[in-house]
Design a protein around this ligand. Structure first.
Ligand SMILES: [Zn+2]
Length: 254
C-alpha cells in the first residue's frame, strides 16, 4: 500500500489492534493489522499517523548506523528525544590567567575556564579546554545525557510510585545490549538502558511503568497487559515509538 508517497508493508495477523513501526536502517514502514479490518480503515489509520511516520523516517535516515560521531561543532546530539546542535567552545590557553585578572578587578569569581555543557535554545555548548580529545568530549556529552536521563527517571519514578502506593525502588543505569530496562524483583531494583538518554521522556515513562508493573506480574501475561492498559492506556503507541529508536545508532552497543 502507498500512502502519501510512502510504501507501507501490510501484514494481516490474528490481533485486536493495529501496530505500526518504522524500521532501520532503511526506514521501512510496517503495519500489522487485524485480519478483519478493511483496507479503507487501514489507510485512514496510516493517514492519521503520517506526521509520526515522517518524523521517524527523518530520524532513521539522518542517522546512518555506521557514522561515528566526532564531537565537532555542527553535529547533532540527541537527549530525551530532543535534537541539539553541538557547538564546541574551546577555552584559550590564556583564559586561566585572564580569569585571575578579572576576578581581582571585579572582586568575584568568574570561572570561564570550567568545562561543562550549557544549553542555549537548540544549541548544546560544550565548553572544553583547548585541544580536548574526541574521547574526552564524548565522555562529557555522555555524562550530560546520562544526568538528564537519571533526573527524568527519578522524577517520573517518584510520581508513579506515589500513584501506585509503593516504595520507590533502587535505580541503576547500565549499558545494555538487548533491553531497554529490566526489573530485578528480588533486589527491589530496576535497571535502565543508558541508551534511553536519547529517546523522548514519554518513552522513558513507558519503560518505568512497564518495569514497575513487573514487581506485581512476571512476564507479559494477560494480567500484565490489563494492568498496563489501566495504568498507561497509550503504552502500545509509546512502545512502538520506542522501538523505532532501536535503529538509531546506539553508541553504547559494541
Ligand atoms: Zn517486560
Amino acid at each position: 500500500m502507498i500512502v502519501a508517497g510512502i510504501v507501507i508493508e501490510i501484514e494481516r495477523k490474528k490481533i485486536k489492534h493495529t501496530h505500526l513501526a518504522v524500521y532501520p536502517p532503511d526506514a521501512r514502514v510496517h503495519v500489522s493489522a487485524p485480519e478483519e479490518l478493511d483496507e479503507r480503515d487501514i489507510r485512514s489509520y496510516i493517514a492519521s499517523k503520517l506526521a509520526w511516520i515522517r518524523e521517524q523516517r527523518r530520524v532513521i535516515l539522518a542517522q546512518p548506523r555506521q557514522t561515528r560521531r566526532e564531537y565537532v561543532s555542527g553535529e547533532d546530539i540527541y537527549a530525551l528525544g530532543r535534537r541539539y546542535r553541538l557547538w564546541v567552545v574551546e577555552a584559550s590557553p590564556h583564559a586561566a590567567k585572564r580569569r585571575t585578572t578579572e576576578t581581582s578587578i571585579r572582586g568575584r569569581t568568574q570561572d570561564r575556564t570550567r568545562e561543562g555543557v550549557t544549553i542555549s535554545g537548540t544549541r548544546l555548548m560544550l565548553h572544553v579546554r583547548a585541544g580536548a580529545s574526541r574521547s574526552h568530549k564524548e565522555r562529557m556529552v555522555k555524562s550530560w545525557q546520562r544526568e538528564l536521563l537519571e533526573a527524568c527517571i527519578i522524577g517520573k519514578m517518584a510520581d508513579w510510585c506515589k500513584k501506585l502506593g509503593r516504595e520507590v525502588p533502587a535505580v541503576e543505569i547500565h549499558t545494555m545490549k538487548t533491553r531497554w530496562g529490566s526489573c530485578l524483583r528480588n533486589k527491589g531494583k530496576i535497571a535502565f538502558n543508558a541508551a534511553l538518554a536519547r529517546v523522548p521522556a514519554r518513552c522513558v515513562e513507558y519503560v518505568i511503568v512497564h518495569e514497575l508493573t513487573h514487581f506485581e506480574v512476571i512476564g507479559h501475561s494477560k494480567a500484565f497487559v490489563r494492568l498496563m492498559d489501566k495504568r498507561l492506556p497509550r503504552w502500545r503507541v509509546l512502545r512502538d515509538e520506542l522501538n523505532g529508536f532501536i535503529g538509531m545508532p546506539l553508541e553504547e552497543r559494541p
